[in-house]
Every structure is written in structure tokens, then in C-alpha cells.
Design a protein around this ligand. Structure first.
Ligand SMILES: [Zn+2]
Length: 150
């Protein structure tokens, strides 16, 4: 989780983005993120409210071990909630969206969403996740959860 937050702060005031790789535990209904793969933001030059992950990064990840769980991006000076633009960009509803709110260069909150309507899902942190440093998780109505490891 620290990698994602650091990337979000480093990219500020632009949006960062990347992929979340790991494994699913179908019995617990949990996805465990074990690897974070940053991507350059192909739309970084256009506006601060949009992102596009480099397809070359995605292809590389899909050839490597691990399951593509989802992706992350930051909202510079915006909430940790999907924007209208995000909602219009849900082409793969099975993927988890992790959105990081960054205010004045500091990552303030991270929330996770999934499904056609980008419903909030439970977000837990690993042992070095920094729950105490202003990061909160949200519980989704489906009770789905996922764990992002440091
Ligand atoms: Zn967004």
C-alpha cells in the first residue's frame, strides 16, 4: 500500500496509475494484492482528471505469474470516489478500482470499488498499511473484501 500512496504523492498534481496483481481466495471472498505495478499515465499531459494505463505494462503483467486484480489511480485534489468519467470507463467490471485522494501532495484516503456501478468494497491493509495515518477503508454492500499487502 505504501508504494501506491507514494506513487500518488509523487505524481501530484498529475494522476498516477498502475496495476494490482495478486491472487483470489474464493472461500474467503478475498483478493490479496501482492504486487503493485506502476504505469506511466498515457493521458498525463491532457488533464489531471483522467488516466490510461500503458497497454504494454498490462501485457507484460499478464505474461507474468499472478492474477490481475485491478488497478489504481489517484485523484489530485479530489475525493476517493469514482468520478463521472471513471464511471463511464468501466469496461471490465470484474476489476477492482483503487482510488487515492491526494490533497496538496499528501495521500489522504484510499477506497476500493468494483462492478458495473463501481460499488464500494471492503479494503483492508497489510501489517505495514498505515491504517493509523489517515487512510480508511470502506465496507461494501456485498461484503466483498480485498487485502492489499505492503
Ligand atoms: Zn478517477
Amino acid at each position: 500500500m505504501g508504494l501506491v500512496l507514494a506513487a500518488a504523492e509523487a505524481a501530484y498534481p498529475a494522476e498516477c496509475c498502475g496495476l494490482l496483481v495478486g491472487e483470489f481466495d474464493p472461500i474467503a471472498g478475498l483478493a490479496h494484492v501482492t504486487r503493485v505495478v506502476p504505469s506511466r499515465n498515457l493521458l498525463a499531459g491532457e488533464a489531471s482528471d483522467r488516466f490510461e494505463i500503458d497497454p504494454a505494462v498490462r501485457f507484460r503483467v499478464m505474461r507474468e505469474p499472478g492474477f490481475l486484480i485491478g488497478h489504481y489511480h489517484s485523484h489530485p485534489d479530489g475525493p476517493a470516489q469514482p468520478s463521472a468519467r471513471d464511471r463511464a470507463m468501466v469496461y471490465e467490471p470484474e476489476l477492482v478500482w483503487l482510488i487515492i485522494a491526494v490533497a496538496k501532495g499528501r495521500a489522504l484516503q484510499a477506497s476500493a470499488f468494483r462492478g458495473e456501478g463501481l460499488e464500494a468494497i471492503l479494503l483492508e491493509y497489510g501489517q505495514n498499511g498505515g491504517v493509523g495515518d489517515g487512510i480508511t477503508g470502506q465496507i461494501g454492500r456485498h461484503g466483498e473484501g480485498w487485502l492489499i499487502e505492503p
